[in-house]
Design a protein around this ligand. Sequence first.
Ligand code: NAP
Length: 329
Amino acid sequence: MPTNRRVTLASRPNGFPKESDFALDEVDVPGLGNGEVLVRVRYLSVDPYQRGRMSEARSYAQPLELGDVITSQSIGEVVESDDGRFSPGDLVLGQLGWQEYAVARGGALRLVPPGLEPPTLALHAVGATGLTAYFGLFDVGKPRAGDTVVVSGAAGAVGQIVGQLAKLAGCRTVGIAGGEEKARELVELYRYDVAVDYKNDNLADALRGERVDVYFDNVGGEISQAVHRRLTIGARIVICGQISQYNEARPEPSFHPGLLIVYRARMEGFLINDYAHRFGEGVMRLANWVASGDLRWREDVTDGLENAPRAFIGMLNGANRGKALVKLG
Ligand SMILES: NC(=O)c1ccc[n+]([C@@H]2O[C@H](COP(=O)([O-])OP(=O)(O)OC[C@H]3O[C@@H](n4cnc5c(N)ncnc54)[C@H](OP(=O)(O)O)[C@@H]3O)[C@@H](O)[C@H]2O)c1
């Protein structure tokens, strides 16, 4: 049996994570228990929520302990199975972590839909980040044709999908992202009507003529404060993420509740896990839009398990162009 290389939490990041907060170790691959499946991981996901798991602050999930494998969704190939639903060679999706081999209960795994090409789509556009965009926009944001939908973090894994779904719903879309290349990509690849580059444009000037019916907020902070000034009566603010605050010791709220009165607006946070009972619906619709070419996507693949911490830190810095993934050898 081969050994298992894993990336674990070496220390809790203080502010922005450093590569030394992670450790690479090697352990024996554990044996299979009843109903368990051994998976060889092929691609793993790099996501902002992992920063939250590294901290002890109260959240919706238990924090990692020092020495734990970094939690992540991954896809991999079944090597051995004690669950009749899975056979060696099957491609599966699960919470397998940043490691080369994982033993999981069969009930915690799903088959990657056969024919999904590339299969990594199950980790983004036809998986967690696509579903986040789908339920966050349609269920929480409730866009109507003709609405203006503003998206922050618009060139990222969630944001790239939100803008295109809003266009499919007949909305006008404004995407906000960092840097000239991402701003160009917003319009040319993800079909945003307007792109705002928050690193180079003056946000107040860039948004001055906008009337925001739906704000899909991935970032919080000053960007969100600038968008809130342009809300319309009855606006809906979807709180998907607040990445600008994830490395702050004292996260600052971007919103003054009095604005909800002024604009008779609704602000609502959501967590994609709460929609698990409707994932089938979302996956089917997202897969159809990808197949028809209505939904474009981009992934940013880093090679090698040992480079996962670097990819993670890069993603927090905005270095990723599309969904950040790591490919294992
Ligand atoms: N509620 C849920 O269930 C759920 C599920 C998935 C994700 N999320 C949230 O959705 C958001 C996007 O996640 P993702 O997976 O799609 O990541 P992503 O957008 O692919 O990557 C993170 C991006 O955040 C931007 N960013 C980093 N620091 C920033 C700052 N200070 N100000 C503005 N932008 C900053 C960077 O883009 P720029 O180059 O444009 O700065 C970076 O590329 C995150 O907040 C995440 O926590 C929520």
